[in-house]
Design a protein around this ligand. Sequence first.
Ligand code: CS2
Ligand code: MG
Length: 420
Amino acid sequence: MPLKRRPAVPQTKEKSVTDTIQSAEVLVASPSRNYVTLRITTADGIVGLGDATVNGRELAVASYLRDHIAPLLIGSDPSRIEDTWQYLYRGAYWRRGPVTMAAIGAIDMALWDIQGKRAGLPVHQLLGGRVRDKIPAYQHAFGWDVPALMDAIDAQLDQGATHIRVQSGIPGVDKVYGVSKNPSYEPAGRGARPSEEVFNSAAYLHHAPQILAAAREKVGPLVHLLHDVHHRLTPTEAARLAREVEPLHLFWLEDITPAEDPEALRVVRDASITPLAIGEVFNTIWDCQRLIEDRLIDYIRVAVNHAGGISHVRKIYSLAELHGVKAGPHGPSDISPVAMAASIQLATATHNWGVQEYMGYPEIVHEAFPHDWRFEQGHLYAGDAPGLGVDLDESVLNAHPYETAYLPTARDVTGAVLDW
Ligand code: CS2
Ligand code: MG
């Protein structure tokens, strides 16, 4: 029997490039704090935004973008997001590092924004669509003493928080990271030099379990409590803390040891089942690989703007998914509403998601970057606007020029510099 002839495959012509990148501008401004924003515009007039802010190193990223890689984009096809990523990463010879990866991240975010706008779809639809309706978010509750901390926790409970980060002052120590005498604070202080604070690990290790116990007693068993140690402890000190707070059932202990030493977390892991989170200073999958593959952490904290954008961070989350690790990204004020939008888009389409840090922003930041994502009752929600769903108001940015600002530096009680 003669073989039936299949219908001829329709001849597809090589698609011509329908749009090209016409400009890539870097905007540096300080509406309440410094932000570096990339704006890519295509010949068809589609605008994509990316956040390239690296706290205290803003101008280095701005120059990397402006002087070295943004010019390479002009005339290229904005839809080749992965290829552009590979070209900028592998093609550059000098790889990794916060400056390079934030610059690549901003370009990647802006290209996803453009892709979404061209398709008329929010980015989460391009990433596989919704896997959840709302994204749990945690804010910061802090107080110099226990009563002030309890008030801060109350304020969050009143607003429907399900996850709360708890930090407090330490008796006898006059400046403590993440704690302010004002109701809101900004980790980076303006001025030509970083301020300094002294960290007394003995005082901290004595005090921290007490305030965490007080917080647990206040909120009951069902509200999730988180605590950030900011890379300050030795592996043994960290193991002691993790073991001591085990009965309090924290959601996580964050950055308990310096992030570049994965073996330190093995010591903590062997001593305790308190969940661990790390990685806000990581910028590639290779920084996370051992921690994830060896299941030394429960949550990976990489932020979309610091680790090469949506394209790279979703690979990190996929690796994490294989090993039972969840995403719990960094979200302080230095992550602009543009990167927050990208993170929310990812959270909407990523199954292994734990929680998003959401420190919140002063009103001027919302004005500078109008967005359709929203924060309500302890949760973040992606909107349905095409792309990332964020705009920028250049007049607000222009009215607030860059000002030098740095995170503080920490020393121990002997005056030696400590990890921050
Ligand atoms: C902190 C931040 O939000 C956090 O978890 O660690 O305050 C961090 O120190 C700064 O945002 C770094 O830029
Ligand atoms: Mg932190």
